[in-house]
Design a binder for this molecule. Sequence first.
Ligand code: ZN
Length: 118
Amino acid sequence: MEEVNCGLCGSFPETVEHLLVNCCYARNILSVIVSWVKLSYAGNSGSIQQVLELLKQLKVPKELEQKIWAILAVTFWLIWKARNAKIHDFKECTVNKLLSNIKLVSYLWVKIGATGSA
Ligand SMILES: [Zn+2]
């Protein structure tokens, strides 16, 4: 199989793990997000598994936990979209732009209760 480099940074082979957690782009974003939700996260070379484990260990009220999951889902989704936009439409999305999108979409999701709780 031909190795394809990351659609966002172009410097490493593109794996899901790289794209969503280890890419410099993803790391910048995750480090800001964890500070929003006041998590301590060693944002170096984590794995998706580590991020998920971290969330499971959180001692926060259920309602907040669901919001954090929603934000994380939005984050991964928008990183993926940014990668596609860059590859297919040659549109650069800066970290700051992506962060404001994540804020907006997360807010809307949480507001309409898209966290699976009825
Ligand atoms: Zn990358």
